[in-house]
Ligand binder design. Sequence first.
Ligand SMILES: Cc1cc2nc3c(=O)[nH]c(=O)nc-3n(C[C@H](O)[C@H](O)[C@H](O)COP(=O)(O)OP(=O)(O)OC[C@H]3O[C@@H](n4cnc5c(N)ncnc54)[C@H](O)[C@@H]3O)c2cc1C
Length: 394
Amino acid sequence: MLQTDVLIIGAGAAGLMCAATAAARGRRVLVLDHANKAGKKILMSGGGRCNFTNLYCEPSNFLSGNPHFCKSALARFTQWDFIGLVAKHGVPYHEKKLGQLFCDNKSSDILELLLAECSDAGAEIRLNTAAQSIEKTAGGFHLYSDIGEIACQSLVIASGGLSIPTLGATGFGYQVAKQFGHEVLPTRAGLVPFTLTDPQLKALCTELSGTSVEDCRVSCNGQSFVENILFTHRGLSGPAILQISSYWQPGDTVHIDLLPHIDLPEWLATQQRERGNSELKTLLAELFTKKMATLLVDAWFSNKPLKQYTSTELKAIAEKLSDWQLVPAGTEGYRTAEVTLGGVNTDEVSSKTLESLKAPGLYFIGEVLDVTGHLGGFNFQWAWASGYAAAQYV
Ligand SMILES: Cc1cc2nc3c(=O)[nH]c(=O)nc-3n(C[C@H](O)[C@H](O)[C@H](O)COP(=O)(O)OP(=O)(O)OC[C@H]3O[C@@H](n4cnc5c(N)ncnc54)[C@H](O)[C@@H]3O)c2cc1C
């Protein structure tokens, strides 16, 4: 039977960081992954350039049933620590916007960095090896896998969430958590596009498919984000929509201010005074594309020269454009979601060590836990920080 000190399930962001750090402490580390390649999500991330962290990472950038849980790990391995690692390996990077750090070249630079750290520290990685079931033993755990039984002292669950099954996502981590008496909070897709079924709304989005509107304010359930939105064939996407999707529940109304940087009532009043003969479509084409202005006016307003609108009508136009309210039919689901909300309840895991409070020697790190970051490099920072924290104790 194979024996190791630390057995890590999942060679993703959290698992690789934990493996390299624990092996550097002198622990014998074995990482298993059922995929044929380590870090598939890292390779896919950030549009192929991996948004590996964020300069402004704070606990407030994370959703969790217990918002305090992430604080300890994030404080002990910060964005600056990961930036230090990136610099050590000479990986070129840049800030795209809002503190989001991306590789200049390819996401594989980040994966190679992690694999080099694992190899230098002596952590072993076995791919094409699925973890099947686990048994508690006197000295730790026995794992049954494709390559037979493996005995370990510490078992780390780094198998991620349910997003993008084609990249290797499984519910294995939740199954293990339940086996050891942990509560798994309901999971749902996060950072995901919205779908629409209302025929008029859907037609509008389809016509505008591919059009992006810069810096809209999108709000729901007391949260708002100012970023771009993107019309798609099936509904709405773009960073502001992905961000708010994590706060949205079926049935909730989403509010979109298409022009948050303009005092619209004031702007419309000025246009009426100074360019009263110009039609609404013509004037709105200065704020949106011509096609979008035309489609919005056709869908929502009557088109006429501005001087013909009453002040009540102008007020209604300003209100619609600054508070477009819609109820999405749903989301694109795990098929395209960047993250999984919910997961292993953090109340039953130590925030300092990431060890189970129910089964000593069992650890949960990364996305399998009920900790989900905003868009912008925060999810990887959680993977690095939680992996690093657990590695000090495994
Ligand atoms: C398309 C896409 C783009 C993204 N871009 C970004 C970005 O730019 N910045 C950012 O911060 N976040 C991004 N994310 C989110 C980020 O990738 C995840 O939050 C992060 O990878 C979670 O790390 P993890 O190690 O917990 O899980 P994962 O990276 O999902 O790793 C889990 C591993 O466990 C393996 N596994 C699962 N079940 C088993 C089993 N039974 N046996 C063996 N192995 C198993 C899987 O194959 C996988 O390799 C993106 C996500 C997606 C889907």
